[in-house]
Design a protein around this ligand. Structure first.
Ligand code: ATP
Ligand code: MG
Length: 393
């Protein structure tokens, strides 16, 4: 069957009371942007607690489903046959055609489920269920009715037009991006931070991102890799504004003036400080990192406490309780993994301690940071002045 429309199912939005309309409108807008990425013309419309995507030109079915599967807030995608309002005899033929063209094999169990939203329709929903069941059994004797656990559920919705659908493809879930403020993602070239960005944007949060670049210790390819990762995340998160900050001078100052075993944690604190400044400047309500407890020395719970101390906004770390493999599984699902594992050095691999502290004490770290007092304010200002902004989508 060639479908010209999709019925979009969304779950959590339905529970948001008065905000529901705002949520639905943002979801419609996000669907429109997602469909713009592919060939074809699509009309997105909202009607009585339902969203429909009409395909008004030739389009590729798999491509359209894939685009919809990147829009947070969608839980189900139902390819739907839309026919004009028509009397029962004509509708019965459409129902038969739907079954015939949608299912090659007819030795399945089925049930008909009618919703009558158009109260003018001359038959009640129960009667449609019974009559439709009868005409289908008549047309395809191999069919069997099962009202409890049918393999095929034929849904018929009687509205201004009539909608017939049975298959429900999974959506990505979550909440529509743009319904929950904005977060500043610390995006490195690794596996974890793109996953962290994906997971937070799944809850409706818009993303900006910051990458700390360290030329000449890191290459242009390392930077390009982060731009590419931001673009991959933007397939779900919508447009992402990436801020690129030259971090080299700060790193070198830390490297030369602070105790060797503390350089990573001190560097992390300066990254967080700059990210915090950028978050405030850009109207973000939270920072986001790919940290996971115990993954490396700078991510022990003690290190996280010390890193966190420089932030005033909440820091979201959605990978915090995940094992590496669990993070990798998500990275593979969202297609960031192949890019993340490209072998370009990042700034943290250039300035690594041989034996980093795993139980830093805030007081000690603050004392070491005092060794930078003379020029760190200038270095921070200079770093912020190097800001390069790239928006990807
Ligand atoms: P990832 O966590 O992305 O796989 P990683 O494991 O190398 O990279 P760490 O160096 O341990 O990460 O850093 C932890 C977190 O700090 C990262 O998840 C990321 O959010 C942030 N981060 C690290 N390096 C950078 C950087 N160069 N630019 C921006 N953020 C960074
Ligand atoms: Mg990591």
């Amino acid at each position: 069957m060639e479908f010209k429309s999709f019925l979009i199912k969304y779950a959590e939005i339905g529970t948001k009371g008065k905000n529901r309309y705002v949520f639905e409108d943002i979801l419609c807008k996000n669907i429109r942007s997602a469909m713009k990425r592919i060939d074809g013309r699509f009309l997105v419309r909202k009607e009585y607690g339902r969203i429909f995507v009409d395909c008004t030109e030739e389009y590729d079915f798999d491509e359209a489903v894939n685009a919809l599967q990147h829009v947070f807030g969608i839980v189900g995608i139902c390819p739907v046959l839309v026919v004009p309002n028509m009397p029962w005899d004509a509708l019965a033929n459409e129902i038969i055609r739907f079954m015939d063209e949608s299912y090659e094999r007819k030795d399945v169990t089925f049930k008909v489920n009618c919703r009558r939203i158009n109260k003018e329709y001359p038959m009640h929903s129960m009667d449609v269920n019974i009559e439709a069941g009868a005409v289908l059994l008549d047309a395809f004797p191999e069919l069997k009715v099962d009202v409890h656990k049918p393999e095929v559920m034929i849904n018929i919705e009687l509205r201004d037009q009539i909608y017939i659908y049975s298959v429900r493809l999974p959506g990505p879930g979550g909440l529509p991006v743009g319904t929950n403020g904005k977060g500043m993602l610390l995006l490195s070239g690794g596996i974890d931070s793109p996953v962290a960005g994906y997971l937070v944007s799944k809850r409706g949060v818009n993303l900006e991102a910051v990458y700390f670049d360290a030329p000449p210790h890191t290459s242009p390819q390392a930077k390009q890799k982060v731009v590419d990762l931001a673009r991959l995340v933007s397939k779900y998160a919508g447009a992402v504004t990436l801020h690129i900050i030259h971090f080299t001078d700060i790193q070198e100052a830390i490297y030369h003036k602070c105790p060797e075993d503390e350089i990573t944690i001190i560097m992390r604190r300066y990254m967080m400080r700059i990210a915090q400044i950028l978050a405030e400047k850009n109207d973000c309500q939270a920072l986001i990192t790919g940290e996971s407890i115990g993954q490396v020395a700078s991510q022990t719970i003690f290190s996280l406490q010390v890193t966190n101390a420089v932030c005033t906004d909440p820091v979201f770390r959605p990978c915090i309780g995940m094992d590496k493999q669990e993070i990798v599984d998500i990275a593979e699902k969202i297609h960031t993994y192949e890019t993340s594992i490209l072998p370009y050095e990042d700034c943290c691999t250039t300035f690594v301690a041989r034996h980093p502290v795993t139980k830093p004490k805030l007081k000690d770290i603050e004392a070491s940071e005092a060794l930078l007092a003379e020029d760190i304010d200038d270095l921070m200002k200079q770093a912020l002045a190097t800001e390069e902004i790239i928006t990807v989508w």
